[in-house]
Design a protein around this ligand. Structure first.
Ligand code: DX5
Ligand code: ZN
Length: 222
């Protein structure tokens, strides 16, 4: 089934906003909330000015979660980390076009390891920079903040890229998923859904919510 026939928006809580001393608890909260994916933000202190975790966290967390592991590499030379995250149990591995000269090679590398391949754009990168890559991608992650930190405000203009990607997907008869990341909460989710996203990443909104089940339903528009 093509992605754009799917009716329910997938929710991907980001453990970036969790308490880093209790990742297994965060995974359990995500499972219990009705969210389908677990978003893992990997930062190297070079591509972005922040550091998080590596493949060992993904491998250890795998045992504590039923969710789809959505790894978001915010790292230079992303291809170097792909085998380790594939081995750790990632389902989707997404990297930044701004970090990869040979992005087609990296997408192919991910697929050859049996994983879904994603490509991401920071707010200043236009969709045209990835147009040739779309047939080789299973997911496009549109950043709606500058990556590096949680808790920032969504840049509404970036949602125009979601509309452009939807048009291209239809024109080219492709089936990649469209995800947005940054500043998603109960107030901004409706405009993102209206633009046509398939996946909503939410960090602070999810972990700050008292009733996570209710938040997930609101994010989905149910
Ligand atoms: C930002 C990360 C996001 C982050 C989103 O660099 O890629 O996934 O966790 O956090 P919120 O939802 O708080 O904007
Ligand atoms: Zn992310």
């Amino acid at each position: 089934m093509y992605a754009y026939f799917m009716s329910e928006t997938i929710i991907a809580p980001s453990v970036l906003a969790a308490d880093f001393s209790c990742f297994a608890d965060a995974a359990a909260e995500i499972d219990a909330s009705g969210a389908e994916w677990v978003h893992l933000d990997v930062m190297d202190g070079r591509f972005v000015p922040n550091l998080t975790f590596g493949p060992k966290l993904a491998a250890d967390l795998r045992k504590h979660s039923r969710g789809i592991f959505d790894v978001h590499l915010m790292t230079v030379e992303p291809g170097a980390l792909v085998p380790a995250f594939a081995e750790a149990g990632a389902d989707y591995i997404t990297f930044h076009i701004e970090a990869a000269i040979h992005a087609h090679r990296v997408l192919t590398q991910i697929r050859e390891l049996g994983k879904k391949a994603g490509i991401s754009l920071v707010p200043s990168t236009p969709v045209s920079h990835i147009e040739e890559l779309l047939p080789f991608a299973d997911l496009v992650l549109v950043m709606t903040v500058n990556p590096g930190f949680g808790g920032q405000t969504l840049i509404g203009e970036c949602l125009e890229k979601v509309r452009a990607l939807k048009r291209l997907r239809e024109q080219k008869n492709l089936s990649f998923l469209i995800s947005v990341d940054g500043g998603i909460n109960a107030e901004t989710a409706p405009i993102a859904r209206e633009a046509g996203v398939d996946v909503l990443v939410a960090g602070s909104a999810f972990f700050n919510a008292q009733d996570k089940k209710a938040l997930v339903r609101r994010l989905k528009g149910l």
